[in-house]
Design a protein around this ligand. Structure first.
Ligand code: FE2
Length: 292
């Protein structure tokens, strides 16, 4: 029998904050030891990836969209490089361990360390507390936000990338290191989830080679990112969990500091909703989505 103390259920105030703001900050949700363990495992995966084909991740770039490496990663554990990791001659300009943007997207089902982290009681508890009836863990991202070159993640809504009918995706974002203004913390706008979903990111055809496209759903502009705009920074300590509503616009800036800002992000949908065949993330038949 496990001796782990179950996490406390969400309070009425937590639920009220979630409904009002579209996000919920849970400090101390994950222990420092668990954060360190995941960063250690990530470093091993990066080391093992030394011979991988190159794939650059950027939410600005259409190159990503047509990248088969990306589109077939829904059932894999893959490394994606930072755009600024390369010199003009195409060689890595920084050491391999400082060059990776993220690891994604199925490590919670393929790697023991990520399985433990993603399926920790606190993750299931928060998901249930936020009303997800039949949780399915669809996407993992270990985000490095590397020192000096960690790229901006443009303002977006997660439901753009993980659409369901009805909308159901929530993000469970865990700071593995302190996230500050300096190293590219999350920014978001309280209440932004009450706005419409602006667009969907969809497969353009039946195969990975067909690439992807954005489908516009609503012309309302997303909030302008950055200082002086409507979004507010979420500076949080390592171990903090931030739950994000699928329609909540959020953004994170580049990291020009000498410190990384690692985070683990898990996306969960409700299995009672329909998951379209043209979502970018598809699983091999042998690896169906699972719950906690
Ligand atoms: Fe996101």
């Amino acid at each position: 029998m496990s001796t782990t103390t179950p996490p406390p259920p969400l309070t009425a105030d937590d639920i009220a904050a979630w409904e009002r703001d579209g996000y919920l900050v849970v400090p101390g949700a994950v222990s420092p030891a668990a954060c360190r363990e995941l960063m250690t495992r990530a470093a091993e995966i990066v080391e093992e990836a030394a011979g991988d084909p190159v794939s650059v991740f950027s939410t600005h770039e259409q190159t990503r969209a047509s990248d088969e490496w990306f589109l077939s990663s829904g059932s894999q554990v893959r490394c994606f490089f930072e755009e600024e990791a390369f010199a003009p001659d195409g060689e890595l300009a920084v050491p391999l361990e400082r060059s990776i943007n993220k690891i994604g997207h199925a490590q919670h089902d393929l790697d023991d360390a990520y399985d433990r982290f993603a399926r920790a009681p606190v993750m299931a508890e928060v998901t249930a507390g936020l009303g997800v009836a039949e949780p399915l863990l669809v996407q993992s991202m270990h985000i490095f936000k590397q020192p000096h070159i960690g790229g901006e993640v443009g303002c977006h809504q997660d439901a753009t990338f993980l659409f369901t009918d009805p909308l159901s995706v929530i993000g469970l974002w865990v700071a593995l290191e302190d996230a500050t203004l300096d190293n590219g913390c999350l920014w978001t706008g309280p209440g932004g989830h009450r706005g419409p979903l602006r667009r969907r990111f969809a497969r353009a055809g039946a195969t990975d080679a067909d690439g992807t496209r954005f489908v516009d759903l609503d012309a309302a502009a997303l909030p302008a990112p950055g200082p002086g705009g409507p979004l507010v920074p979420l500076e949080v300590e390592a171990g903090t969990l931030v739950a994000l509503h699928g329609r909540l616009p959020h953004w994170s800036g580049p990291n020009r500091s000498p410190r990384s800002r690692q985070a683990y992000s898990l996306h969960v949908i409700d299995g009672t909703a329909t998951y379209p065949d043209d979502n970018w993330l598809q699983r091999d038949r042998a690896l169906p989505f699972r719950g906690f």
